[in-house]
Ligand binder design. Structure first.
Ligand SMILES: Cc1cc2nc3c(=O)[nH]c(=O)nc-3n(C[C@H](O)[C@H](O)[C@H](O)COP(=O)(O)OP(=O)(O)OC[C@H]3O[C@@H](n4cnc5c(N)ncnc54)[C@H](O)[C@@H]3O)c2cc1C
Length: 464
């Protein structure tokens, strides 16, 4: 939903001045407090002000500048610098009238409808929006901890000093050394992300350290975009396609009538869809079935013990299991899965009334935990909150997601989906739409151009 479409919907639900917004607090202007100024929180604050400027919106964020996670793996290869990830809140304040409070939310009182901060403030709200992102469960891997992540074995899945540490470590890997990435179990933030990161590190090695290797240890056997990503690895880094995936390629190409029923695995290579690589591969992916699940880290000796044995590496990057942001847990918004159950139409919590949870923290069924998802969820929730403050019912929503990913700086692809409510669940109604396996070189290069353009226009849509 773009800005113009949003305003059309907002106009339709408000019926202009006939339905003024109302606060539960006598005579007061309605006040919506947003916790977390990342993708979900910032988009919500901006779009709620666009829907109705008479609503007072306060955004509470613990950091004065947002460091965007999306695109942060590009720091590892020097394509961009840490400062390029910085996003300010200036436009939200000056252009949209969002009130910013730089502080950390520490709790709330759902009966009195107040939220409290570490700085000693207490704010009354009519609606509370919680979009705190994720908490990384470092300790879920024996031998790993936040202290080790900060100093020796970075994660960087929440970008910051660990991202820079990892970038520096990669550049100092000895000739022929190993970069080991531990992939997380489902569900996690940014499904193609660990594999894109592996590809970008391999690209850096290809230029600067061509005998170095990337090893991925994974508890899973599949990931979204796994065919197109492996195709990129195959073409760029000498990766040999596993048999089960060769068959998946043939199946898909037949489904889209690119291959006839007679054409099989040989045609993949004859037609240049895959390369027959005979030399060493720069990337190895050990799946769950092959014993890729990691049990233990020995940071002192730089080894990782997986189900298939012990692996030594020069740099270890762990993306640990994750759960909803700490404050969502503290507020009691999570269930036993560690994520926050919501009513799908409005993203209102099923635990606490008048509290909505957006983005990575929420349980959004088929929607991935991505920035794109958080952004469309925020727009749907902004319309729902604006409508409910006018005593109206929200409309029937639909959502979108597009994840662009890179296998190299000039090698891009995507997965794009549309979601709607079906039997009370957010369901993928488009079928997964990927860049075709027989895409031309130009389409692949354009995929990378679109990825870069998306970063910019997306950041503007959320924050500017
Ligand atoms: C390497 C990588 C690549 C990615 N690439 C893509 C991509 O290409 N496309 C895509 O769509 N997504 C991508 N993502 C995912 C995307 O960044 C996240 O899904 C998105 O940021 C989630 O938004 P959010 O609002 O839930 O959380 P966040 O954006 O993390 O925002 C949470 C905010 O809440 C604040 N906060 C937390 N607790 C408190 C508190 N108690 N008080 C005050 N403030 C608080 C935090 O400081 C933070 O600013 C990527 C992620 C990574 C790590």
């Amino acid at each position: 939903m773009n800005r113009r479409e949003f305003l059309k919907f907002a106009g339709a639900t408000s019926l202009a001045a006939a339905f003024p917004v109302r606060s539960a607090f006598a005579g007061a202007q309605p006040h919506v407090v947003v916790v977390g100024g990342g993708v979900g929180g910032a988009t919500f604050a901006k779009y709620l002000k666009m829907a109705d400027k008479n609503i007072k919106v306060t955004l509470i964020e613990k950091n004065p500048v947002y460091i965007r996670p999306y695109g942060s793996s590009e720091v590892l290869t020097g394509h961009i610098q840490m400062k390029d990830l910085d996003v300010t809140y200036d436009a939200l304040k000056s252009r949209y009238g969002v009130e910013m409070l730089i502080d950390t939310v520490v709790g709330f009182d759902p009966d009195k409808k107040t939220v409290s901060t570490a700085g000693g403030k207490s704010l009354a709200y009519d609606r509370l929006i919680v979009s705190p992102g994720i908490e990384l469960k470092y300790e879920a891997i024996e031998g790993y901890s936040e202290a080790i992540a900060n100093t020796k074995v970075p994660s960087g899945w929440i970008p910051g000093a660990q991202t820079q540490l990892l970038a520096d470590q990669i550049k100092s890997i000895p000739k022929g050394g190993t970069f080991l990435l531990v992939a997380p179990p489902n569900p996690y933030r940014c499904p193609p992300g660990p594999y894109e990161r592996s590809a970008l590190v391999a690209e850096w090695f290809k230029k600067h350290n061509p005998t170095a290797k990337v090893l991925i240890l994974d508890p899973k056997d599949a990931f979204v975009t796994d065919t197109t990503m492996q195709q990129g690895w195959n073409r760029l880094y000498g990766y040999k396609m596993p048999k089960s995936f060769e068959e998946k390629f043939v199946e898909e190409l037949r489904k889209f009538k690119v291959f006839s029923a007679q054409e099989g695995v040989d045609a993949l290579y004859a037609k240049g869809i895959l390369k027959r690589n005979s030399g060493p591969s720069m990337i190895s992916w050990v799946t769950g079935k092959e014993g890729g699940r990691v049990l233990k880290l020995d940071a002192a000796n730089m080894t990782v013990e997986a189900e298939n044995g012990v692996h030594k590496a020069d740099v270890i990057n762990i993306v640990p299991p994750m759960v909803a942001g700490t404050i969502a847990q503290k507020m009691g918004l999570t269930d036993k899965s560690g994520w926050c159950p919501i009513k799908r139409e409005s993203f209102e919590s099923t635990v606490h009334k008048d509290v909505h949870v957006l983005g990575d923290s929420s349980i959004a069924d088929a929607m991935p935990k991505s920035g794109f998802s958080a952004n469309t969820q925020a727009k749907v929730a902004a319309l729902a909150v604006a409508a409910s403050l006018k005593g109206q019912q929200p409309g029937i929503p639909s959502w979108e997601n597009t994840c662009y990913a890179l296998a190299g700086s000039d090698y891009g692809f995507f997965v794009a989906d549309v979601f709607a409510l079906k039997e009370g669940k957010i369901t993928n109604v488009s079928g997964h739409r990927y860049l075709p396996l027989n895409a031309s070189e130009a389409q692949i290069r354009l995929g990378a151009v679109y990825q870069q353009a998306w970063m910019k226009s997306f950041t503007d849509d959320c924050f500017a």
